[in-house]
Design a protein around this ligand. Structure first.
Ligand SMILES: Nc1ncnc2c1ncn2[C@@H]1O[C@H](COP(=O)(O)OP(=O)(O)O)[C@@H](O)[C@H]1O
Ligand SMILES: C[C@@](O)(CCOP(=O)(O)O)CC(=O)O
Ligand SMILES: [Mg+2]
Length: 327
């Protein structure tokens, strides 16, 4: 039996546009998914204690159907099982063990579907734990590549390498197409996270941006403009010019909003943080609901968000320099 963990992340800049080859800068945060893998004779048993779904257990053989006993929508459940199913397919391929069966147990501090990369963290940790269980050790980069294949498969062929690379190697990273690298010297940015208790489905939101982009040239321009914001942001990354960084986060949020991926509660948390003096605030991840990230080195945004209607919880997120690791 092997347990591995991998961190979630916030996007400083660049989500969605990164799917179309623009650069993005996600930062790993100290919230982890822990996955325990145990080899069994055949099939797949998945147990998840996830808070958002009130926990579920699903048990089935091979590609058979099994419906967990939870009050959750069908697409959410399909997605829930899709990520782990595809991760196990990658493990079987990596270990050249097509018939390997697993019992997989997931415990995660990362809210599900909230833009903090729970899917990437679960997939990265699952691939690490299950390959080790079969006696195969993959590098974080190899795990990142396989985890990307999983996200692309579940998100109907549309995913970037950003979340999975960030979760696998930790720290702040820069991803542009297939070019994935660590960004040194970013340090611990004063991130405050506001969470509305809701979720957005990444696959659906990505598909929405894709159709806008196909329909309107100005939507394609908006995606390119996000890339420009990221390039501008990179010039102040690693300096203490948080004001500029914050302004660019604000700009990035506006562009994401134009692409239709914000929501009323995300917008009100963004404005609550800004009104309280945060240097910048934006949604993080796919959007639709979930989390915002604000930049504030005082307690003001944190306090303001606590009293913002629609904000269910608020916390500081520390940069996690560790990526995937065996527990
Ligand atoms: N604790 C967990 N247990 C089982 N599946 C999980 C867990 N956390 C995340 N997942 C998977 O990740 C999906 C959410 O991923 P996604 O929509 O990309 O949002 P995000 O990555 O922002 O959290 C869930 O539907 C589920 O498949
Ligand atoms: C919208 C996107 O850029 C990030 C999605 O992040 P999350 O799954 O919502 O944490 C999609 C992707 O990069 O694959
Ligand atoms: Mg995800």
């Amino acid at each position: 039996m092997v347990t591995s963990s991998a961190p979630g992340k916030v996007y400083l800049f660049g989500e969605h546009a990164v799917v179309y080859g623009e650069p993005a800068v996600p930062c790993a945060i100290e919230r982890r998914a822990r996955v325990t893998a145990r080899e069994i004779d055949e099939g797949l048993r998945i147990h998840s204690e996830d808070l958002q779904l009130d926990g579920f257990t699903v048990e089935y053989e091979g590609d058979g159907e099994g419906r967990p006993d939870v009050d959750a929508s069908e697409p959410l459940l399909e997605a829930a099982m899709g990520y782990v199913n595809e991760a196990v397919a990658q493990v079987r391929d990596a270990a050249d063990a097509p018939g390997a069966g697993f019992e997989i147990r997931i415990e995660s501090d990362i809210p599900l579907g909230a833009g903090l990369g729970s899917s990437a963290a679960v997939v990265v940790a699952a691939i690490d734990a299950a390959t080790r269980e079969l006696g195969v050790e993959l590098s974080p980069e190899a795990i990142a590549e396989r985890a990307y294949q999983v996200e692309a498969a579940v998100q109907d062929g549309e995913a970037s390498r950003a979340d999975t690379f960030c979760s696998a190697v930790g720290g702040a990273v820069r991803v542009e197409g297939e070019d994935c690298r660590t960004v040194d010297g970013v340090g611990n940015l004063p991130f405050v996270i506001g969470y509305d208790g809701g979720a957005g489905d990444t696959g659906t939101l990505v598909a929405g941006v894709r159709s806008l982009r196909e329909e309107y040239d100005f939507a394609a321009d908006t995606v390119r403009a996000i890339g420009d914001v990221v390039r501008e942001g990179e010039s102040v990354l690693g300096t203490d010019d948080y004001e500029t960084l914050g302004d660019l986060m604000d700009f990035n949020h506006g562009l994401l909003s134009a692409l239709g991926v914000s929501s009323r509660s995300l917008d009100s948390m963004v404005w609550a943080a800004r009104d309280a003096g945060a240097m910048g605030a934006k949604l993080t991840g796919a959007g639709g609901g979930g989390c915002i990230v604000a930049l504030d080195d005082t307690e003001d945004a944190l306090t303001a968000l606590k009293y913002t209607p629609g904000c269910e919880s608020v916390f500081r997120a520390e940069l996690d320099t560790d990526g995937v690791r065996q527990e």
